[in-house]
Design a protein around this ligand. Structure first.
Ligand SMILES: Cc1cc2nc3c(=O)[nH]c(=O)nc-3n(C[C@H](O)[C@H](O)[C@H](O)COP(=O)(O)O)c2cc1C
Length: 209
């Protein structure tokens, strides 16, 4: 069954590590039949949450900025994928703002409008120790609990300090592509994406050849 996947990227670095993993995920997902929309949190004209919780009665946020588009996409997608560089052991501020603006969906009335049931996390960090992802895993778990998302997987890529560091790690690219495929269609055999390469986007081939 194809899925409607909403990916929200959160790196201000153009074509950086996390964005490349997002593209690999998207390529895998599309190869498995999903539709993918990528929203760049860094170019959203969106204020932070004002914290008055009026959204819980109204059913949506009262701020009329790009959060309206975020709301519409949350009400027309099946899967939410958050993509972030690790900043101070957490989400980038751009993704944190998005997470805060998802607060309406923690209440029953708006949650009933939200079609997203599943989620994934893609995160990159400079620190080579995978333990660097401990805090963000906890934060993501909280998002999933409050918003009633089933987490379908995470790609957590440590040791990516330089702007193009992920280019030296095809294993992360493959992991992201495999997760995109698996989320789209659990029946797809993702054990060897090379066998499926003709199905992928042209631009992704360089990573797998
Ligand atoms: C403001 C800032 C804070 C950062 N904080 C951390 C951190 O706490 N731990 C870490 O391992 N890397 C940290 N990094 C490094 C980035 O997470 C890492 O380079 C990442 O791969 C960048 O992804 P991008 O290329 O998609 O932007 C930080 C980088 C910046 C700019």
């Amino acid at each position: 069954m194809s899925k409607r996947i909403l990916m929200i990227t959160g790196s201000p670095r153009a074509n950086g590590n996390s964005t490349k993993l997002a593209e690999a995920f998207a390529a895998g997902a599309m190869a498995a039949g999903s539709t993918v929309e990528i929203l760049d949190a860094c170019s959203l004209n969106m204020d932070g949450c004002h914290g008055d919780a009026s959204c819980h009665e109204r059913g949506c946020c009262g701020l009329k900025d790009d959060g309206v588009k975020l709301h519409e996409l949350m009400c027309s997608s099946d899967v939410l994928v958050l993509v972030t560089p690790i900043y101070w052991k957490s989400f980038s501020s751009q993704i944190k703002k998005v997470v805060d603006r998802l607060y309406p969906f923690a209440a029953p009335k708006p949650r009933a409008l939200c079609t997203v049931k599943e989620s994934c996390l893609i995160a990159t960090a400079g620190n080579p120790d995978p333990a660097v992802f401990g805090p963000i895993k906890e934060e993501f778990e909280l998002v999933n609990t409050l918003l009633k998302f089933e987490c379908k997987g995470m790609v957590l890529a440590p040791g990516l300090g330089g702007p193009d560091a992920v280019d030296e790690h095809p294993e992360y690219i493959k992991e992201a592509a495999r997760l995109g495929m698996r989320v789209s269609s659990p029946a797809v055999d993702t054990s060897n994406p090379l066998l499926e390469k003709n199905h992928y986007l042209e631009k992704m081939k360089s990573y797998w050849l």
